[in-house]
Every structure is written in structure tokens, then in C-alpha cells.
Design a protein around this ligand. Structure first.
Ligand code: NDP
Length: 252
């Protein structure tokens, strides 16, 4: 039920953090992985690790905010392996400022990287998935898909948008047998949140206090949900937004 042998997965931002944690899960379940990100040094290191866990992994450089670059990623994947079964839209960024200090260019950079990217990647893989008669898309939201915070106007808008985009695509493509779901990670220890810990006083202790599990997540906490949502085990689940957060979102 969780076997991904023969499947091909594109993981955007798969060269580190949550994307790498999900890619590890997918590779261990037998999928071939395309690590799709900008930093090729990081991507090569991730590919070397993933190739030890699973059948095969490659890196294809992409800027997910760029339509032509996303098109080239999808064409290169099909040229190499002839199929795309799984897409993980994980690439993301944040600029932490209150709205009154956020420049339009900064707003656009966050929305383009976190939200428009997911639209572009989903649209680009749809023809191959439809032709194959099946597909699995996993979009990465956040606790900011649910909650607000004063310093994340663009990030929060992008992550709220991810959930609604997920629902629209899930409705549109259900009859193509393409399931589209969102994962909402809690606070996970990555480069992104290490930067946040430096910028937001008290964040580390607040996360520990507020998370019922009493710890920060690690990237391997995301491996299981990736395998579940990429496999036939989740064939009747679509349009869902699933927290993976040690209980952060359910504690009042
Ligand atoms: P990291 O900073 O570790 O990873 C971000 C990844 O996105 C990198 O692999 C980066 O690769 C890639 N990326 C960024 N911009 C682009 C771009 N324009 N084109 C292609 N790839 C890009 O952060 P996380 O692992 O923490 O974050 C991953 C996702 O999880 C994000 O969507 C984030 O919002 C979300 N998230 C994280 C949480 C956490 O606690 N860590 C909580 C909730 C959600 P490169 O720089 O090489 O391009």
C-alpha cells in the first residue's frame, strides 16, 4: 500500500530542510527523486544521500517562481524518466516584517516563491498526470495557513492561499484521479526557522511551551506523511490540509 517503486517524484526545495525530509521518505519507499532547487552544491549533496536510500536521484536546477524554469524542469523530468507521479511543492521563503514596512517587491518575492510557484508546478505536471491516469500532489502550507502573526503578512497570505489552491485543484482534478493535499508543518528545525529564532526573541521557548509534544519537529517527522500522501494508501483523500505539528494547532 505504501510502495512507491517505479514512481517518479519531483520535490521542490528538496535539497534541504523539510523538502529533504520528505524526499528521504519517498526515496526509502522506492521512488526516484528529482531534487528541484537553485543551489546546486546543496542539491548534489542531497542527491548523493537520496541515491543511497532509494533507487535513483537527480538534481535539476529550477527557480520555482519563474514560469519558463518550471516548464524546463517538467520537460527534463519527462525526458529522463518518461513520467511524473508525485509533485511536492515545498520550496518556500519568508521575509519577517510588519506590513507597514514591507516593500511591494518583498511581498511579491514571498508570494511568487511560496504560492505562484505551486500553481505553476501543478499546472505544468497536470498533462503528464492526466495522461497517465493518476497523480499525487502535496503542497506545503504552515501553521500560518491557520493562524496569523504580526510579522508575516506575505508569508501568511501565501500559506493561506496554498490551502485554498489545494482545494480548488483537488475539485478540478479529482476525476483525473489526481489527489491534491496540503501538509501544514508545525515548528520544524531548519535553516528557515534557525533564522526566525535569531529574529524573534523568545521564539524557541514559546514553541516548546506551546507544542504539546514538547519539542521542535525534525525534518524526518515529515517523511511518513509524504509517503502516505504519495501512495495508494491515500487514494480517497483529496483537498485535505493535514497538520504535522506535535499538536501545536489543537491546543487552546
Ligand atoms: P529551508 O530554508 O531549509 O528550505 C527552503 C527550500 O526552498 C530550499 O531547499 C531552497 O533551495 C528552496 N527554494 C527557495 N526559493 C526557491 C526558488 N525560488 N526556487 C527553487 N527553490 C527554492 O526551509 P524549510 O525546510 O523550513 O521550508 C520548506 C517549506 O516548509 C517552505 O515552504 C516553508 O514555508 C514550509 N514550512 C516550514 C516550517 C518550519 O518550521 N521549518 C513550518 C511550516 C512550513 P535553494 O535555496 O537551493 O533554491
Amino acid at each position: 500500500m505504501f510502495d512507491l517503486k517505479g514512481k517518479v517524484a519531483i520535490v521542490t526545495g528538496g535539497n534541504g530542510g523539510i523538502g529533504l525530509g520528505m524526499a528521504r521518505g519517498l526515496a526509502s519507499a522506492g521512488a526516484r527523486i528529482v531534487v528541484a532547487a537553485r543551489n546546486q552544491e546543496k542539491s548534489r549533496a542531497a542527491v548523493a544521500e537520496l541515491a543511497r536510500l532509494g533507487p535513483e536521484a537527480v538534481t535539476i536546477a529550477v527557480d520555482v517562481a519563474d514560469e519558463a524554469s518550471v516548464g524546463a524542469l517538467v520537460r527534463a523530468t519527462i525526458d529522463r524518466w518518461g513520467r511524473i507521479d508525485i509533485l511536492v511543492n515545498n520550496a518556500g521563503t519568508n521575509i519577517r516584517k510588519p506590513a507597514q514596512d514591507l516593500a511591494l517587491e518583498e511581498w511579491r518575492r514571498v508570494i511568487d516563491t511560496n504560492l505562484t510557484s505551486a500553481f505553476l508546478c501543478c499546472r505544468a505536471v497536470h498533462p503528464a498526470m492526466k495522461a497517465a491516469g493518476a497523480g499525487k500532489i502535496i503542497n506545503i502550507g504552515s501553521m500560518m495557513s491557520i493562524f496569523g502573526a504580526s510579522f508575516v503578512p506575505a508569508y501568511g497570505a501565501s500559506k493561506g492561499g496554498i490551502v485554498q489552491l489545494t482545494k480548488s485543484l483537488a475539485c478540478a482534478w479529482a476525476r483525473d484521479n489526481i489527489q491534491v493535499n496540503a501538509v501544514l508543518p508545525g515548528w520544524i528545525d531548519t535553516e528557515l526557522t534557525r533564522e526566525a529564532r535569531q529574529q524573534i526573541p523568545g521564539l524557541h521557548d514559546n514553541v516548546l511551551r506551546r507544542t504539546p509534544a514538547g519539542r521542535w519537529g525534525v525534518i524526518d517527522d515529515l517523511a511518513g506523511i509524504a509517503v502516505f500522501l504519495a501512495s495508494s494508501a491515500s487514494d480517497f483523500i483529496t483537498g485535505a490540509a493535514m497538520p504535522v505539528d506535535g499538536g501545536y494547532s489543537i491546543q487552546g
